[in-house]
Design a protein around this ligand. Sequence first.
Ligand code: COA
Length: 317
Amino acid sequence: MSFRILGTGMFVPERIVKNDELSNYVDTNDEWIVQRVGIKERRIATHETCTDMAAEAAKAALDNAGIDASDLDLIIASTVSGDYASPSLACMVQKRIGATCMAFDVSAACSAFLFLLETAAGYFARGKAKKVLVVSSERLSRILDWSDRSTCVIFGDGAGAVVLEEGDNYIDAVFNVTGDNEVLKIPMYTGESPFNTVEPEKPVIHMMGQETFKYAVTSICNDVKALLEQNNLTLDDIKYIVPHQANKRIIDMSARRLGVPVEKFCLNIDRYGNTSSASVPIVLDELNRNGSLNRGDLLLLTAFGGGLSDAACLIKW
Ligand code: COA
């Protein structure tokens, strides 16, 4: 026993920031961003908090699933840009949607949505839950260095959620973790201790772009191939690959290496940028609502990011 996806939801802030507007803050331009990353615009929170976005995405997913918050047995959430170190985002969502169930966060940066699904699968396997809300929300604009053109142009804000119920549609998953805080990191606020003797690091996203790029392509290709082999499938059996939305060129290169048309990969990075752990459930919600999915379709979800961590899973819609 694992689960099936009963409903999906998403929320993005109202404020659209197009590439040209970013040239007010850093030396950049629309042409560079479109060519090198594939982003045309992103949503940036003005007043929406990480909790606000998570709660709205969660409500949309509950509505789509046709169940109430009181039916939930578990809420699990992810964020690297939450409003509080404590309470967890999951606890805040529980309060905001009026649920009373168990709630906690899982930390795995941009791959976290897939780690959440695996965690949920464990609850279903043990018969400990019948309905689970999984929600990923990111207000990355809060943790960007708005003077660093190599990072501030590629991220955006948003949230995505799914409601799961008992079923057999979570077929298989692969996970890899390589502890590393050089390639990608978000240092914590160091605090104001009068006893601290260590030079504080800026609590913003630090990224080695080209190393991350190479890691991303390698991990997507290896994870996809591993899942296909483990399940005696080929890419012809897969309706869509739903990748973490980090850079259009990462997807183009992965598609070339895997020998599949890039159209097999679902992309919305042009409209939202990289929303970290929220990116995969946002794509899923768009696919669900625009009628692209039929029951029985096989989907491959894939993600990578800080940790370093990467993952892929095989789901029957
Ligand atoms: N606008 C204009 N020029 C920019 C720029 C911007 N926003 N950002 C960087 N540049 C410049 C650089 O300064 C450099 O100029 P130089 O040649 O005069 O030194 C030039 O563009 C090329 O820089 P480089 O870092 O080699 O670009 P790139 O092709 O590697 O693209 C990234 C940079 C960050 C877009 C790319 O490496 C990337 O997407 N990496 C993966 C990031 C990722 O996936 N992150 C999320 C992980 S979850």
